[in-house]
Write a protein that binds this ligand. Structure first.
Ligand SMILES: Cc1cc2nc3c(=O)[nH]c(=O)nc-3n(C[C@H](O)[C@H](O)[C@H](O)COP(=O)(O)O)c2cc1C
Length: 329
């Protein structure tokens, strides 16, 4: 009976895949971002170039131009960063739950307060850059299950109309909400109960998998913080690449005291703080960092980008450790 319900739970994932269609309001944002990508000409060409360019020209900026709060330059960066954040919200997330928030710290006073809890040079980056975006991962997304349920139904109504089918039933919505709770471990109960509860649920699910010798496919569940942070980091990375594509320099940082950051920004305990990204204009066109030997070497006269491990030590074909037989063109 227990095994059967787990099986049912996993097969519900199929339904989950159908749910992930854009809502009406999200489509508007998407159209706006596509317009920005295509504004220079052939959509296909721009798309390919902008992706490669954003990735290869992104680097961690160590020193930013310090603009005055009232300057046009500062206002421009803030406005660009806000637009990029708005587009970056389109990042994918498990069940489209979007378990994230972001606080953009941009006033001189707020930057000063935040910088007190950043380690070493990270403090200068927060002070000098135009803004720092503090990414928050929701460890208790279960607290917003009713909002998520309404969001699902609203989205599904549009899809159902377009596909000429019945809208999602209430029980299907509840079933999806249960799946979200299972995957996210974000139970809407106090952490001191939620954490051990999540541990035992994960243990139980893992035991089913082992005892049934994997004949019953159950998901490998992660802790609430891990689940929320992995989703939030996609949002953060989308923001970082968005900045690179619009010529804004960024510095992602984990070197800060989360308790202090939480205190100065008034962040509730339910949120983890996986990353802060300082954003602005670089002091020089690009910092000079010496690269190490390897297979990736991108450089400009002013900048040597950091290197990466050789491709064959990182990428495999078909099986772990197996070299690619496909050639790169
Ligand atoms: C999750 C994460 C945390 C980071 N934290 C810091 C940090 O606290 N301070 C810092 O100077 N750089 C930090 N970095 C930047 C890395 O050092 C940098 O990305 C790496 O050396 C590669 O260099 P590149 O970004 O210029 O390619 C962080 C990067 C990531 C992805």
């Amino acid at each position: 009976m227990l095994l059967c319900s787990f099986h049912k739970l996993v097969s519900g994932l199929l339904g989950y895949l159908q749910i992930k269609l854009p809502s009406k309001s999200n489509c508007k944002v998407e159209q706006k971002s596509l317009k920005l990508l295509f504004k220079n000409g052939n959509p296909e060409e721009i798309h390919a170039n902008s992706f490669d360019d954003a990735i290869t020209h992104r680097y961690t900026c160590s020193r930013f131009q310090n603009h005055d709060e009232s300057s046009i330059e500062h206002q421009q960066v803030i406005s660009d960063a806000l637009q990029i954040l708005d587009v970056a919200r389109r990042a994918p997330s498990g069940f489209n739950v979007q378990p994230w928030r972001a606080v953009m710290v941009c006033s001189t006073e707020a930057k000063e307060r935040l910088s007190r809890y950043a380690l070493a040079h990270n403090a200068d980056r927060i002070r000098d850059s135009d803004c720092s975006v503090v990414f928050l991962a929701d460890k208790e997304c279960g607290r917003e299950m009713s909002r998520f349920g309404m969001f699902l139904q609203e989205q599904d109504q549009v899809v159902a109309k377009a596909k000429n089918r019945k809208p999602m039933s209430k029980s299907k919505v509840r079933y999806t909400q249960a799946l979200v709770l299972l995957f996210s471990s974000g139970y809407p109960i106090p952490r001191w109960i939620g954490a051990p509860f999540s541990f035992f649920v994960r243990l139980g699910v893992a035991a089913v998998s082992v005892l049934s010798r994997r004949r019953i496919l159950v998901p490998s569940l992660s802790s609430a913080e891990c689940w929320a942070s992995k989703n939030c980091m996609l949002f953060a990375m989308s923001y970082i690449l968005g900045c690179a594509s619009r010529n804004l320099a960024t510095a992602p940082m984990e070197g800060f005291n989360a308790g202090g950051v939480r205190k100065v920004l008034g962040i509730p305990k339910r949120f983890a703080i996986p990353l802060i990204v300082s954003t602005g204009k670089p002091l020089q066109q690009a910092d000079t960092i010496s690269g190490v030997e390897g297979d990736v070497s991108v450089s400009s006269p002013k900048h040597v980008y950091t290197n990466r491990y050789p491709m064959n030590q990182v990428l495999y074909q078909d099986k772990y450790g197996q070299d690619f037989t496909i050639q790169k063109h």
